[in-house]
Design a protein around this ligand. Sequence first.
Ligand SMILES: Cc1ncc(COP(=O)(O)O)c(C=O)c1O
Length: 336
Amino acid sequence: MESADLQKRIDKLPRIKIAKLPTPLEEMPRLSKLLGGPKLWIKRDDLTGMAFGGNKERKTEFVMADAIQKGADVLITTGAVQSNHARVTAAAARKLGLNLVLVLRGKEPREYNGNLLLDSLLGADIRFVQMDAQQALPAMEKVAEELKNEGHKPYIVPGGASYPTGAVGYVNAMLELVSQAEEAKLNINYIVHASGSGGTQAGLVSANKALKTEIEVLGMFIKARANQLLTEKIVQIANGIARLLDLKENVNQKDVVLIGDYAGEGYGVLTSEAAEAIKLVAQTEGILLDPVYTGKAMAGLIDLIKQGHFKKDDNVVFVHTGGTPALFVYKNQLIT
Ligand SMILES: Cc1ncc(COP(=O)(O)O)c(C=O)c1O
């Protein structure tokens, strides 16, 4: 399929323009040189512009339009205490005059910092619950029932906005990247990014398949080494995207390259390699990564480079998916 055709299908979906797009595609010449190649590029999705930006802002454009079309006056979503998705959804809700309930998994910390501080400044109704991610949907449904009884029209945004409506934002991102690459006469060989709840990767892989590019998308799973469940979820989201956009070719598990080797001890646990990667990118390129997602994904990219995974003249695009407010929460582990 041609890019223009895919773009037309996306343009038919309800969307509210929130993110500042296109985000820049920048070269990282000093980092590439230091690591001895390949040619490294960075797609600055940390610069999407609203309330510290990040990948969720691309998803939010479609999520908010869907919520408003369905008559919602309050959004409900979930995430970890330092969820970037919660912060971006809170900001977008405010921008559009909606209320927001955040069902955050974890204990209320004594100090509000990073994303949680921002959620609070944005006036989100924050509810801390001790449960794992699988129990979040029933918890949100319970909140939705309460709100309905009070006469509200709630809309539940699944965790990470990783459902077809949100993930379409990353089909759009791939189109944007392909167009930037064409303009720069750049032949992209690989895209590397952090994968958490799967929507970003589902969008990128769906676009890749529809456009039949030769680009290999490498998702770095930042939660666990085992990744079969997320692989299945990515395929499921991609199939939902195919239905939304009326795409013929379905994504299957072979299209999903998900690497769990750099997750360390799990979600939100900083690895020493990620801390090193954050400092290296800051000190060679002046770009700040984050401790939960992009730091680990960059540590993975650096390790693959050291293992000789890429050719010297390959072009590798790292997607900076944001998350920088969490840097402040990890200050004691980052300054050693
Ligand atoms: C900064 C950052 N990077 C990457 C991701 C992963 O994106 P996804 O959940 O779509 O896999 C997230 C999601 O929480 C994030 O906040």
